[in-house]
Design a protein around this ligand. Structure first.
Ligand code: DAH
Length: 354
């Protein structure tokens, strides 16, 4: 009787082993293998029910049958593990294939930003002056009316002072304006140092102008000032001629045309021969043959006295120009408002970081 049980239980384990191996064998993916594992090794498996038969086995057989049970279990577990490793390896290989990166493929080049065309123009002009030995200074956009007008010899009732032309920030005893020009920096620079002075001042200015193709209420200027012993009108013309030719073309003529500014005496406007028609007259120079580039003159002694310079010893020249106008001319832009519209179709035409 006990031998019968012995053989019966042994057969049950053998059956569980064979069936288990074939169930594991037919699992065709990781998921199916998981299910097979439960079926073959779980609580309701043939192995598990064969183990419960052990309880009825005679004492002396139990040990060897128990070892058989463990051996079957170990074999089935090993079969599951081997199969699982196989699946994982092929899945990994497939993923490597799928996710492989071909480093030899051309990449997507990130698009580089570039300097705004006006910034490019300002930097180009400032660079030319740096080459001539000038320093760069910057000053406040909210400026004392005293510096924007009085120190610059602007008469008390000059229309430029009117609130129709100038943005007043604070009225009363000490008046503040949005500077209408970079010229007040002439005073600030001279107040802060002794001659020699060679300085250019790029910066934003504001006027209550009605905006159109050639006027903006917020715009840029570049101021220049040279004060030293023995500075003459010849120095002014020579320096500015060099700069104008550098910007517009080396072989172009330059002329000074008499003008008036409160803070220079004598005053002039500097014209450069039209780079498009070379003087014969065209659309760009409005048939003039010449293009106005900047205002300039010999620094008025009034300014030198204001800052306490010795007017017998020192003289100077000054100039002011509008980069919007210069950039518009240089690039053939018909309306300077385009520089402030932030239209990428416009701006992208001036690409290129310098
Ligand atoms: N400040 C003048 C303007 O806004 C430009 C100017 C003219 C500046 C002559 C100067 C100068 O320094 O000498 O129209």
């Amino acid at each position: 009787m006990s031998d019968e049980i012995d053989t019966e239980v042994t057969q049950l384990f053998e059956g569980a082993r064979k069936e288990g191996l074939s169930v594991i064998e037919t699992a065709h993916d990781l998921h199916a293998l998981g299910e097979a594992k439960v079926r073959v090794l779980g609580r309701k498996s043939a192995l598990s029910s064969a183990r419960s038969g052990l309880r009825g086995a005679p004492e002396e057989k139990r040990r060897s049958l128990g070892q058989l049970a463990n051996a079957v279990q170990t074999e089935l577990e090993a079969a599951v593990a081997a199969k699982q490793r196989g699946f994982e390896a092929s899945e990994r290989a497939a993923r490597w294939d799928r996710e492989a990166i071909d480093v030899t493929l051309p990449g997507d080049a990130p698009s580089l930003g570039s300097l705004h065309p006006l910034t490019q123009t300002v930097w180009e002009i400032v660079d030319i002056f740096i080459g001539l030995g000038f320093k760069v200074a910057e000053g406040p956009e909210v400026e004392l009316a005293k510096y924007n007008f009085d120190a610059l010899n602007t008469p008390a009732h000059h229309p430029a002072r009117s609130p129709q032309d100038t943005f007043y920030i604070k009225e009363g005893e000490e008046e503040f304006v949005l500077r209408t020009q970079t010229s007040p920096m002439q005073i600030r620079v001279m107040e802060s140092q002794e001659p020699p002075v060679y300085v250019v001042v790029p910066g934003r200015c504001y006027r209550r102008d009605v905006q159109d193709a050639t006027h903006l209420s917020g715009f840029t200027q570049i101021e220049g000032l040279a004060v030293d012993e023995g500075i003459t009108m010849g120095d002014l013309k020579g320096s500015l001629q060099l700069v104008a030719r550098e910007i517009f073309g080396r072989d172009l003529d330059v002329r000074l045309r008499p003008h008036h500014f409160d803070f220079t005496e004598p005053s002039a406007e500097l014209d450069v021969q039209c780079f498009a028609c070379r003087g014969s007259g065209c659309r760009i120079c409005k048939q003039e043959g010449w293009i106005e580039v900047l205002g300039c003159g010999m620094v008025h002694p009034y300014l030198l006295e204001w800052v306490g310079y010795d007017t017998h010893r020192y003289s100077g020249f000054a100039f002011g120009m509008g980069p919007e106008r210069i950039a518009a001319l240089a690039h053939g832009v018909a309306d300077i408002r385009m520089f402030y519209e932030n239209d990428l179709r416009f701006l992208n035409q001036f690409g290129g970081i310098r």
